[in-house]
Design a protein around this ligand. Structure first.
Ligand code: CTP
Length: 404
């Protein structure tokens, strides 16, 4: 199930041009099954009408400090209702009011009366953002335990460049997903791998495979969300590396092995979602191979690369070891064989030829095999598969801890 499903999110909007992103955010939150309510300032109403927000949140919008409704005190009851209060965009003005406890409108009064955790997404002109007054206010709020969502840097609406841009709606939705994640991996060192590796033939050519890295990225992100100390070792990816992880890019299978070898002893778990190339050219050509003199056909000799997981599985102490098996046939037989040969705690197998499973897409259909049983999971997003995997890793780590 979606992590935002059924969550009650109070969204505060103050008057900044980034407000259009908040509309997209509301749409994303509603699609994920969250309940949203919106508090607007006068300034916010200058940019977008309350009716637009009401339509996007599918709920009444609040802007007046006083209500005619029976037994309803907006600034108190709204945060009592909410699981979290996100203010996005948060202008320099609302940050200043919050830092000083000023409560002269509904948004600032709601912030002062908040029963629930508060997150703010500062968005403004770079000079206003860098002004010591704003920086001091942000620090005051941070020290009080308010979550500060760092603004992005780039070209701002005022045509100046620098920090102050509100993150995109998708990024803010991710912050909320982080917020609701259980913090059950705090203090745990986790190695995650993802993406393909490349074996160079000559300076311009390589062999590789179709892995996009998206499943590994989703696992690394989820592990970090849950408080893990994550090192993400990966080949070339088709999506960005998540925030909050140690980023270790590699090229070849040998690089991948070397990056993991030294880190494996100190880790509590290794989740091997990478698709390392199984073969590498016997001879690397220093100069680009030419087609002249080849009479229309080429042959190259390959040798096997290190089976990284099998090698580390042989050295395993009490780490939790998770492998993947991407197959096109006889999934169960091959997966069980790899589970045993690589000394894994469990293996996540999928038939990459099935619709909705495998490489470039955002979904996967996997079966998890342990030594004792199998569990067939439905078609899910790669984020959900990541959660399923980490739930099991946490379970195994807890069992190990209890057995000590
Ligand atoms: N793996 C690895 N090192 C390799 C190849 C694979 O560590 N050189 C890991 C993968 O990351 C995955 C698991 O082993 O977690 C299974 O990978 P897969 O490609 O499905 O199987 P292989 O062992 O390479 O066997 P085959 O290609 O014959 O199916």
């Amino acid at each position: 199930m979606n992590r935002l499903q059924g969550k009650k999110i109070l969204v505060g909007v103050s008057g900044g041009i980034a407000i259009y992103k908040t509309l997209t955010l509301l749409s994303l939150l509603n699609k994920q099954g969250a309940q949203t309510r919106v508090v607007m300032t006068e300034g916010a109403c200058q940019f977008v009408t309350p009716l637009t927000f009401q339509t996007m949140s599918k709920n009444k919008v609040y802007k007046d400090l006083f209500s005619e409704e029976d037994h309803f005190i907006p600034h108190i009851d709204l945060t009592r209702w909410a699981d979290v209060f996100l203010i996005a965009p948060a202008t320099a003005n609302i940050l200043a009011k919050m830092a000083r406890g000023i409560s002269d409108d509904l948004l600032s009064s709601t912030a002062l009366a908040a029963h629930c955790p508060v997150l703010v997404s500062p968005a403004m002109n770079v000079v206003m953002y860098r002004n010591p007054a704003t920086q001091e206010n942000i620090q005051i709020l941070r020290d009080r335990g308010i979550g500060i969502i760092e603004p992005d840097s780039g070209l701002l609406a005022c045509d100046e460049k620098g920090e102050g841009r509100m993150p995109e709606a998708e990024d803010l939705a991710r912050v909320l997903e982080d917020f609701f994640a259980p913090k059950d991996l705090v203090g745990t060192k986790i190695l995650v791998t993802g993406g393909p590796t490349r074996e160079m033939i000559d300076p311009v050519r390589f062999i590789s495979n179709r892995s996009s890295g998206k499943q590994g990225i989703a696992i690394a992100r989820e592990a970090a969300r849950r408080g893990g100390e994550v090192t993400f070792v990966h080949g070339p990816l088709q999506a960005p590396v998540p925030k909050g992880v140690e980023d270790v890019p590699v090229t070849s299978t040998e690089d991948l092995y070397l990056a993991l070898k030294d880190r494996f002893d100190g880790a509590q778990a290794l989740i091997m979602a990478a698709a390392p190339a199984d073969m590498t050219p016997v001879h690397y050509l220093d100069q680009k191979m030419k087609k002249e003199g080849k009479s229309g056909s080429f042959s190259l000799e390959f040798k096997e690369t290190t089976d990284v997981l099998k090698t580390l599985g042989g050295q395993k102490k009490d780490q939790v070891l998770v492998g993947f098996a991407a197959e096109t046939q006889s999934v169960e037989d091959y997966a069980k064989k790899k589970l045993k040969e690589k000394n894994l705690d469990f293996i996540v197998a999928n038939d990459v030829s099935a619709q909705g499973a495998g490489f470039a897409g955002d979904t996967n259909i996997v079966t998890i095999f342990t030594k004792k049983d199998r569990e067939d999971l439905p078609l899910q997003s790669k984020e959900e598969v990541a959660r399923e995997i980490l739930d099991r890793v946490v379970g195994l780590l807890q069992e190990r801890e209890a057995g000590k």
